[in-house]
Design a protein around this ligand. Sequence first.
Ligand code: PLP
Length: 435
Amino acid sequence: FDKNHLLVKKNYFFDQYYQHNGALIAKQLIGDALRQRVESIDHESCEPGDEDTFFVGDLGEVYRQHMRWKKNLPRVKPFYAVKCNPDPKVIQLLAGLGTGFDCASKAEIEQVLNMGVDPTRIIYAQPCKTNSYVRYVANQGVKQMTFDNADELRKIAKLFPDAELFLRILTDDSSSLCRLSLKFGASLDSTDDLLALARDLGLNVVGVSFHVGSGASDPLAFRKAVQDAKTVFDQAYSYGFDLKTLDVGGGFSGDTFEQMAHTLRKALDEYFPPHINIIAEPGRYYVSSAFTIACNIIARRTIENPATGEASYMAYINDGLYGNFSSIMFDHQHPVAKVLSSGMRTYYNTPLADGLPESVNAGIEYSIWGPTCDGIDRITESIRFAQELDVGDWLYFEDMGAYTKCSATKFNGFSDSHDVIYICSEPGARAIMDF
Ligand code: PLP
């Protein structure tokens, strides 16, 4: 009778159960949260702002993504990219799960430090840093930071000579949604000079970093970047630097994760021996699917087709491109509207919630617009629903956790911060969050 084996087996089945059922449980809990909130609003008499757009955030989904990461990339320690969604509960959960944090500014570093995270768990992964922020991190003991040019090296030599530096190299990010190499990354023909300068300035280069672009779609971009990083590791040794860490950046998404992870894992094992630490800076991967947003239809315009007499509608909702749908502009996303409620009926997570397939020329056609004065503020050009939607009805959009609320503005006087109703579809995360 092997008690330990039994425990492993029990944990395995527990794991399987939640991996498969977690998503179902999540749907249930998200639906309950959306419904309760919407049903609590009396649209006839509510105060201004009561019917504002709101999020439901599932911390269980963040937890599941973390387990999935550990399973597929056991060698790679994630440093969550705070810029992607600096939600305090997400950060608290990830801190509890033991991840590190990639921060881009003083405010992000301060937020993470204030959660009690040790400075050694933070990388200031911004190759072009503000002087006063460098002085701030020097005081706080946040030593790890990236650089990719000679001026930055001179800045660091002056302000924080003890920093632990990662040389960020250029990647081929042509297959990614958001290209970063247009702006950052040292080309391989400049790394030699940079390492020589770092040595002459007496600086401490401890690693190499790269980013294959946010929303990357070509796993081979990871392979090529790992190969290039190995070249720079070898160059660095020749300058007397004993590099200990490779930072493989972000660029992971939920849909392609296993494929990306497989290619990356193989490349890492081929080029980097086990004593080299590997870290990453995933953002989107952790939070995209964890947040659902609900928006209220605040106005409607009827458009009649003079030829057919058929009516279509422009639906105006209380959030848009200048708000949480900034991801359409900055992150090349196409959020898909679903019907949450219409009249007295709730449609969440039923076939009637979804738009009709394009091939079905039935249903009622809508375009969906944000609340500001600008014509660019359009969320969807055309979608058909089975039912008629009117002012006061609600739509919801899934996968709204990445690069959404962090880049919302107050344009036209609309709020840039909205309620998040937290749910937790995983017992493991509940234990950490005291849910
Ligand atoms: N690290 C750095 C330096 C970044 O600039 C970004 C995104 O812009 C990230 C990590 C996060 O990338 P992703 O959300 O694609 O994982």
